[in-house]
Design a protein around this ligand. Sequence first.
Ligand code: C2E
Ligand code: MG
Ligand code: MG
Ligand code: MG
Length: 292
Amino acid sequence: RAKEAGKNRFFVFNAEHDRKLQARWQQIQRLHQALECNEFLLHFQPKVDLITGEVLGAEALIRWQHPEEGMLAPGLFLPHLEGSDLEIDLGEWVIDSALRQMEIWHAEGLMISVSANVSANHLLQSNFTERLRLALERHPGAQPGKFELEILETAALSDMGQAARTLASCRELGVRFALDDFGTGYSSLTYFRDLPVDILKIDQSFVRDMLDDPNDLGIVEGVVRLAQAFNRQVIAEGVESMDHGALLLSIGCHICQGYGIARPMPAEALPEWIGHWREAKEWSALNHTSED
Ligand code: C2E
Ligand code: MG
Ligand code: MG
Ligand code: MG
């Protein structure tokens, strides 16, 4: 009897395992189809300098225009791709599309930088640099020095040596790197020490809560100091209000990104938004207020 029960349990476990595998396979097939049918697109969220008022760049954020379910955020589909070949193909699509958009903007005289998010698995591909070089060649109108890659700092970079070499060779192409969501991973400082990155993006959870929580404010201040001490650029994400902006300016962080400035938007909407932003008196007054 015991043997039979054991057998049964094994069977149950197996069936469930099969179901999960099958579900994953179906999800990946569907996402494959989505890539082929051009259902993915990039939205762009501006990054602004609160001292000069200038729009410095925009972060490319992937969306899935699902025929039945509407516009889907990356959190709903990227996790299904982790570890698959499609994760790499989609990553290549993102880089190519972001460069194409930057090329269009640069041709229009809008010389902003563009950043794209890159997953750890993608970055660790042995031909990553070579493929990036080819992508840059396909878009000669896009200045490599204005292209940035954001590495999710919480993503487990299983091979730090390989990651550091890839970053170094990509930087020779002119491309810059940012550590995304800085401060949330288990090894933020190790990443900071061992990877040749140019930019730290303070995670939005710290920024959002820093107005009420002295611990979060302390962390934000600490990251700003760290960046200053090592001559790195620092960007605050999750700037939801002008109060956030004013506080960030007062502690020396002037490059900001967040819903309070602008939500991610279709590429076509960005030039018009920039026009409005330049006339937005409230935000430009911040700088003067913070100097009083
Ligand atoms: P992330 O790179 O840290 O991007 C910032 C996320 O925070 C975006 O969500 C953005 O819409 C959201 N956000 C911006 N400002 C605010 C704010 O003021 N308040 C709040 N609450 N949220 C804000 P999104 O587009 O849903 O992307 C989520 C994450 O998915 C990204 O986080 C990034 O890790 C990943 N991701 C997005 N696009 C790509 C991509 O093309 N490739 C890869 N590998 N990952 C991507
Ligand atoms: Mg990012
Ligand atoms: Mg982030
Ligand atoms: Mg994030």
